[in-house]
Design a protein around this ligand. Structure first.
Ligand SMILES: O=C(CO)COP(=O)(O)O
Length: 252
């Protein structure tokens, strides 16, 4: 069985003091269960402290973005080399907010995915359609293109290690969740796309998360779906209690 991966994406929230309090509380009660991997995707300034605080615990620390180059004249950017050096394990790539507000494209997503693997970071690659695209029946083809472009040029082994997060844009922060069946249908399609690019074993290994208004009250039914292996959670990951409940759901 694939492991479950529950990742809290804090986005641009929490001071370092608040982040530290959260982590101190969470590591005390996080389940020690091989079945579930728990990750917090924190703002850049907090990463070093949080990595230090979570050493030897079951909580992993992820960045929310990075540049694809190792270093250079890119004012304001953070490189994979820097993240690896800090001890960060994962990095979110191509979140819809970055695609919408910061000109992230399928091409930069692909470069960043390669850069992540070149530096031993696990990418959490986000894909998903807008409401207009869903209404125009473009969901499957759009997601297929995003997945194919994100994974282009990776080895099967790298694809198997990639975490893919399906986040319909219209469900993010809106309180609207895709129905379990709709979410699972898209995740199953993603797995088929991965199979067409690689092979059956790789497609079976790849972890696919759902994201978009996931909370303790709906996570069980989402995780019960055949092709949903975890969740990428915004709002409901900000409180330690709620985050712990989500991680707990991953152990069932
Ligand atoms: O964008 C998301 C996680 O990356 C989802 O955010 P919400 O859980 O707040 O809808």
């Amino acid at each position: 069985m694939r492991k479950r991966v529950i990742a809290g994406n804090w986005k641009m929230n929490k001071t370092l003091t608040e982040a530290t309090q959260f982590v101190d509380e969470v590591v005390k009660s996080i389940p020690a269960d091989e079945k579930v991997e728990a990750i917090v995707c924190a703002p850049f300034p907090h990463l070093a402290t949080l990595v230090e605080k979570t050493k030897g615990t079951n909580l992993k620390i992820s960045a929310q973005n990075m540049h694809f180059e190792d270093n250079g004249a890119f004012t304001g950017e953070v490189s994979p080399v820097m993240l690896k050096d800090l001890g960060v394990s994962h990095v979110v790539i191509g979140h819809s907010e970055r695609r919408e507000y910061f000109a992230e494209t399928d091409e930069t997503v692909n470069k960043k995915t390669h850069a992540a693997f070149n530096h031993g970071l696990t990418p959490i690659v986000c894909v998903g359609e807008t409401l207009e695209q869903r209404e125009a029946n473009e969901t499957m083809s759009l997601v297929e293109t995003q997945v194919k472009k994100a994974l282009e040029g990776l080895t099967n082994d790298q694809v198997a290690q990639t975490i893919i997060a399906y986040e319909p844009v219209w469900a993010i922060g809106t309180g609207k969740t895709a129905s379990n069946e709709d979410a699972n249908e898209v995740c199953a399609h993603i797995r088929n796309v991965v199979k067409s690019l690689t092979d059956e074993a790789t497609a079976e290994a790849v972890v696919i998360q759902y994201g978009g208004s996931v909370k303790p009250s709906n996570v069980d039914e989402l995780l019960a779906q055949s092709d949903i292996d975890g969740a990428l959670v915004g709002g409901a990951s900000l409180e330690a209690d709620s985050f712990l409940q989500l991680v707990e759901a991953g152990t069932k």
